[in-house]
Design a protein around this ligand. Structure first.
Ligand SMILES: Cc1ncc(C[n+]2csc(CCOP(=O)(O)OP(=O)(O)O)c2C)c(N)n1
Length: 628
């Protein structure tokens, strides 16, 4: 088998051109086979198989640098760069990461996971190469049409255009982000790729350039190619080309599944100096019928039947709903009662379940593209004019919007409800995606209320409370996946802001938790009971304002031990907030405190259970801490 023999990129580069497409087919089959039982990001990787082969064929990797934006599409790259045999370990504890990681391979020129960074990183590399006197190295950013909507990508394009850097940007345009691509850029790219006039002329250009048997290149003048394509582009677009206007030479669009054309084009571009962009169009999910038809579901489909391609859907009929679904259903319910409510998502429409509200109220849901900063300030603008925006962002991606939360929302006390989905340990997506930092980075911000539900009823009540008048900005953070009870549809109750609660009385030990980890705290208390240790459990609900009178009560009860547990980083987090208060008001209690939180290290990929155990924030760790 061809793929098995290609253990290195040197070998790949020795193959005759006509063997590249069969190799691509084998790669594609290997990805489809493996991911059927080892779930991961499927559709994006399938779409760039030909591109990946062509890039490693034409460029001298790893000396030439490939930066994969987001990195979820880098599976073929991993297989071709010596990681084929380990591929089935992808996203598992101790196995290959689902994203490029510099530590993992010299071929992973830059680690990614969060979107829209590739052009900045490649420009930095190109600038470094120049300063170091290396003029022959190529620096290539591969970015999707979704990732290109991110602000950082635009900032980088602006910077690239003003430079003479030797950088090639490959725009992988499949018209899909995770959900359908949105916005003016998407329309612009569609206009380029679908212009009949443009494509007719372009095809003539390519025919003239390619010609010959077996794809042998004619000795065509690159100048002619550039002159003609640029005239055609201007004609087709009825004006200037966005990229050219910024000072980046635009080439394409070309069919990203046509190996011959890709290889020919990349070879030509390799010799052209300065900033350039190649626009390719690809089909997301290429090669698996279901993924081609439904790339949104097959972005990361979980397990599927290798014979039929159909998803293996677990029967969840009597399982609790996911927190995401509770959010999605609850916001619709609230929006039906409160006409000021609108929903905002930066490109995670189905992931956060805003689709439910979108179907019912399309005018009141806004997918703003991969643009967390914009999402927050857009929400602030809406709130400034009397609307009640619920802006749903994954905890890890909200890191992008820190200044906007401080400067645009909190400082102006605007009533924006920021729902941080996927807070805490997220599992297989690994270090780039853990929602580990939000408690610590939100705690110092004045005017913010920050709370975390322990179950779906609390989530509903927090959402209900947040949209009542007079609360200012509220952050509600909740984890990925299953909530707790099966009767999610409770009547709304207002929660007193800043009020915690005692969930279980006890006399030996106090366990103080925030949000979902309270369920582990309760289970731990149960286990401790069987060991003859009486543990009280307190659910603080609010990181800020913190219920200091409840902390006074806990201090007054004089427990033998006080254990705090949270699914966020220790430094600056919830446990330290408790400790800080006790140190000021009840110093005698501080020696009893044991803080269970994520230690000062990045949390890798694995199952949530494995990672919680690793970070000592699981039930067993609570039991152990209480026994000391
Ligand atoms: C800052 C940030 N926000 C959101 C995401 C979640 N996310 C991962 S992939 C993706 C869509 C990327 O679309 P595109 O670049 O077109 O790549 P495709 O999957 O279509 O190949 C999104 C929104 C992310 N990785 N980073």
């Amino acid at each position: 088998m061809l793929l098995r023999d290609i253990q290195s990129t040197e070998k790949l580069r020795k193959l005759p051109l006509e063997q590249l497409q069969p190799l691509a087919e084998q790669l594609r089959d290997y990805i489809i086979d493996t991911l059927s039982s080892h779930p991961g990001h499927l559709a994006s990787s399938l779409g760039v198989v030909e591109l990946t082969v062509a890039l490693h064929y034409v460029f001298n990797t790893p000396d030439d640098k490939l930066v994969w934006d987001v990195g979820h599409q880098s599976y073929a790259h991993k297989i071709l760069t010596g990681r084929g045999e380990q591929f089935s370990s992808i996203r598992t504890y101790g196995g290959l990461s689902g994203f490029p990681r510099m530590e993992e391979s010299p071929y992973d020129a830059f680690g990614t996971g969060h979107s829209s960074t590739s052009i900045s990183a490649a420009l930095g590399m190109a600038t470094a190469s120049k300063l170091q006197g290396n003029t022959s190295r190529s620096h290539i950013a591969i970015i999707g049409d979704g990732a290109l909507t991110g602000g950082e990508a635009f900032e980088a394009l602006n910077n690239v255009g003003g430079s003479k850097a030797n950088i090639l940007i490959i725009l992988n345009d499949n018209g899909i982000s995770i959900d359908k691509a949105v916005g003016g850029l998407d329309r612009y790219l569609t206009r380029i790729t679908s212009s009949r006039h443009y494509n007719q002329l372009k095809n003539k250009v390519w025919r003239r350039l390619e010609g010959g048997e077996g794809g042998r290149r004619h000795d065509q003048s690159i100048n002619f190619f550039q002159r003609l394509t640029s005239t055609v582009k201007t004609a087709a677009l009825g004006g200037s080309n966005l990229f050219e206007s910024l000072g980046i030479r635009y080439f394409g669009p070309v069919d990203g599944h046509d190996m011959q054309q890709l290889v020919d084009t990349l070879r030509r571009l390799k010799d052209i100096e300065g900033p350039k962009l190649l626009h390719i169009f690809t089909q997301k999910g290429k090669g698996l019928r279901q993924a081609e038809k439904d790339p949104i579901t097959y972005h990361a489909p979980g397990k599927y039947d290798i014979r039929t391609g159909n998803q293996i859907v677990q029967n969840t009929a009597d399982q609790p709903l996911k927190y995401q679904e509770v959010f999605g259903r609850t916001i619709l319910e609230l929006a039906n009662q409160n006409p000021a409510i609108v929903g905002i998502t930066p490109a995670m429409l189905s992931g956060c379940s805003l689709t439910i509200m979108q179907h019912a109220m399309p005018d009141r849901v806004f997918d703003v593209g991969i643009a967390e900063q914009h999402a927050v300030t857009f929400a602030a603008g809406l709130a400034a004019q009397g609307m009640m925006p619920f802006c749903n962002i994954y905890s890890t991606f909200a890191q992008r919007a820190y200044d906007q939360i401080i400067h645009d929302v909190a400082l102006q006390r605007l009533p924006v409800v920021i729902c941080l989905d996927r807070a805490g340990i997220v599992g297989e997506d690994g270090a780039t995606h853990q929602g580990a930092f939000d408690l610590a980075y939100l705690r110092p911000i004045p005017n913010l209320t920050v709370c975390a539900p322990m179950d779906e009823h609390e989530l509903r009540n927090m959402m209900y409370t947040a949209q009542l008048p007079g609360h200012g900005p509220v952050v509600i953070r909740y984890p990925r996946g299953s909530s707790v009870h099966s009767d999610w549809e409770s009547a709304f109750k207002e929660i007193q802001v800043g009020e915690g609660r005692c969930l279980r009385k006890g006399s030996d030990v106090a366990i103080i938790s925030l949000g979902h980890p309270g369920n582990d705290a309760l289970a731990a208390a149960e286990e401790l009971q069987q060991q003859g240790i009486s543990a009280a459990v307190y659910d603080m609900r609010f990181l800020k304002p913190m219920d200091t009178s409840l902390l006074d009560e806990i201090a007054a009860a004089v427990y033998r031990r006080i254990v705090t547990v949270e699914d966020g980083v220790r430094m600056g987090g919830f446990g330290e907030a408790v400790m800080e208060y006790l140190a000021e008001k009840h110093p005698a209690e501080t020696s009893k405190v044991c803080i269970l939180a994520i230690p000062d290290q990045f949390v890798p990929h694995g199952t949530v259970a494995e990672l919680k155990a690793d970070c000592h924030i699981d039930k067993a760790s609570i039991v152990l801490a209480a026994q000391l």
